[in-house]
Design a protein around this ligand. Sequence first.
Ligand code: MGD
Ligand code: MGD
Ligand code: SF4
Ligand code: MO
Length: 749
Amino acid sequence: MPTETSARTVKPRICPLCEATCGLLFELDGRTVTSVRANPDDVFSAGHSCAKGVGLAALENDPDVVRTPLIRDGDGFSTASWDEAFAEIERRLPPIVARDPNSCAVYSGNPAAHHLDPSLYTLPLIAAIGTRNVYSPASIDTLPKNFVNTLLYGTGLGMAIPDIDRTSYLLILGSNPLVSNGSTITAPGIGKRLEALRERGGTLVVVDPARTRTAEVADLHLPIRPGTDALFLLALVSVIAEENLAALGRLADHVDGVEDVLRLAAPFTPEAVADTCGLDAGLIRQVARDFAAAPAAVAHSRMGSCTQEFGSVANWMVEVLNIVTGNLDRPGGAMFPTPPAGGPTTWPANPKAPLVFDRWRSRVRDMPEAMGEIPAVCFAEEILTPGPGQVRALITISGNPARSVPNSRAVETALADLEFMVCIDGYLNETTRYADVVLPPPPLTTRGHHDLALTHFQVRNVARYSAPLLEPGPGEMPEWQILLRLTAIVRGEPGRPISELDDEVAATAIRRAAKLAACEPEHVAASVSARTGPERLLDLRLRSGPYGDRFGAVPDGLTLELLERHPEGIDYGPMQPRIPEVLRTPNGRIDLVPDRLTVDIPRVRAALEQPAPELLLINRRQRRGMNSWLHNALPQPDSGQCALFVNDADARERGLVDGDTVRITSKTGSIVGEVRITAEVRPGVVSLPHGWGHQGDGLGITRAASAPGSNVNALVDDSVVEPLTGAPIFNGIPVDIERAEAASGERAQ
Ligand SMILES: Nc1nc2c(c(=O)[nH]1)N[C@H]1C(S)=C(S)[C@@H](COP(=O)(O)OP(=O)(O)OC[C@H]3O[C@@H](n4cnc5c(=O)[nH]c(N)nc54)[C@H](O)[C@@H]3O)O[C@H]1N2
Ligand SMILES: Nc1nc2c(c(=O)[nH]1)N[C@H]1C(S)=C(S)[C@@H](COP(=O)(O)OP(=O)(O)OC[C@H]3O[C@@H](n4cnc5c(=O)[nH]c(N)nc54)[C@H](O)[C@@H]3O)O[C@H]1N2
Ligand code: SF4
Ligand SMILES: [Mo]
């Protein structure tokens, strides 16, 4: 609970930075955050935090943070009042939207998934614009996994996640949770949870071309050749088939295509794939046997096995492996969380839109839509290619596509080509420097927090809410109000009071909540009438959610008010079996061999015949980074952390020594970097972190720009993609490296 002293206050708050959602304690002196530390009382994170969460004080106090709206003025910006900024938007945006709604794109970045306001108020803005040009990092991150989950279970967000606290065998592919703190698994203090797994006699296996911190603590590290996870996983399933290890248990009643998928995998024996995967066939076989024999086992795949050449098939085989060994939906296996504010896995299926993939196509490349979005690899071409529907205006909400999206040179050319650009962002970075208007979000301390998206990945069913610590100060505008003002402008109602628009958004949410809770809408509306903004919408969702009070019908049921009284959170216990109730497929069953996945098998098979490129580039994350945007506020250890990791054998072959400056060249671009020779990457593999390259004119990130690093996305192709989803290939990019003279200005952006 908050403790107060005369001068200072200490208040709990959930960290909004990464998927671990740690509970923190903010110490305030007046309006200033003086320190941040872990909250030992948080029911979920129990005292865990990391350098980034603790660094939130530095972030809040960063002098480079934009605190007033900015309007373009020649090559720079002038500060403006909110009214002036919205007047400029009103003058320039509606005429573009009026020409063609699709000519106004929205890019909603990673932090938007961690905050209440954009989670609840971006869709009304998109609907008001009427655009199909909607982009987010989902399509350069989880997309193959969302695609597979939609086909198998019926919703993209409804994933079965590792029951890490009860499993006895955890197979991690393409994830480094000891640095990333986990992804599509919300498990604060994941390091301790992995330790606990080993202490109870369980096994951790890590499949990763790099010997990461997570690989270091594993019982077995399989240094796979990048891009070959699909083959490796098919081989595991082939062993299950060959050695008759399939045992579906109660799942058998709900699954179709078991024999078909086992037959399909059978030719991909460990012996057939071992060379291509760069792994020992005997070890692959052993993993399959141990996985099948474990009392409870679970495979978990993320970044490295999503954003690669065969991302969809790899993620499909992860599910197949979990299912055919009977590990889906059982304690210690892969289970479906029950998000307290509800979501696609608790709401009834939408019979009108059973699949949220390929309902429309992108204009230029004919790429399938995914979950309401166009794949981000299409971003630049949709701006740069003339014709009806060409994107001419852009709204970014907490995103940095100039550093996050493949082929950054094309992305920046596109950003410079726009007629009008509004950025809701607190930094003048590589993207926002192209804006015509910048609208800053308010300090964290003024915002309420609940993780609407990440509660779909929680390893325990926990409900938490952080109330705003302060009222917005003078000149600070809540992000939901910024979004509603933009909505009003594109609807041609710029003078409309925010409260009226908010009531409109709430009216829709009230109807939905009333239906879910089987109550009268009037009763629901009256029950939440004391609240406005995101808190009203959240209360509606909590109360109509799986633990909700159903607006009074369930005594002690969940309400926002209950969470306000329990800032440390309420623990509803471990994940519970949810099959078949959780399934949202049209027939309510799991089809293990959907056509949209089997069609890619011939391409996977062909990979067995192809010679591996000499050198493949993969990506990595860093402890103190969050994609592209913490480098300014948080002291970074040293510029060497951006080095190109090169294996000793590859370095020797090229005559490279530690500290050499090299030119790294791909089909798409060329950058320079510093060599670090390390056994951390396997031979034939080099690695760079993403989110760097803080150089060029117009940046307002002084510290980041003083150690800019190199931008890996200048090397990533936006034209060669995973064909089923359009996800980019960040991991497994053929590159050449050669010694270069360090020259300032030579570093490609
Ligand atoms: N500190 C920190 N934490 C973060 C972030 C950050 O930038 N910094 N970003 C956050 C975000 S947005 C996300 S999505 C998550 C991602 O979290 P994770 O999914 O854990 O992602 P990474 O840490 O990038 O780990 C990906 C791993 O895949 C490996 N890899 C590369 N190619 C292949 C391959 O072909 N096969 C296999 N099996 N492995 C491969 C890489 O070597 C790397 O170790 O992290 C989040 N947390
Ligand atoms: N090569 C390569 N590229 C990658 C990846 C990779 O592994 N390799 N990873 C991909 C992944 S997983 C992701 S998620 C994306 C991330 O892609 P993006 O979301 O485009 O990039 P971020 O670096 O997370 O930028 C976040 C922006 O939000 C702003 N911001 C932070 N908090 C707030 C807030 O509360 N409100 C507002 N309005 N703005 C805020 C920051 O100033 C920053 O500009 O990058 C992807 N790109
Ligand atoms: S692990 Fe993630 S959620 Fe926890 S403190 Fe660090 S950044 Fe925040
Ligand atoms: Mo991400």
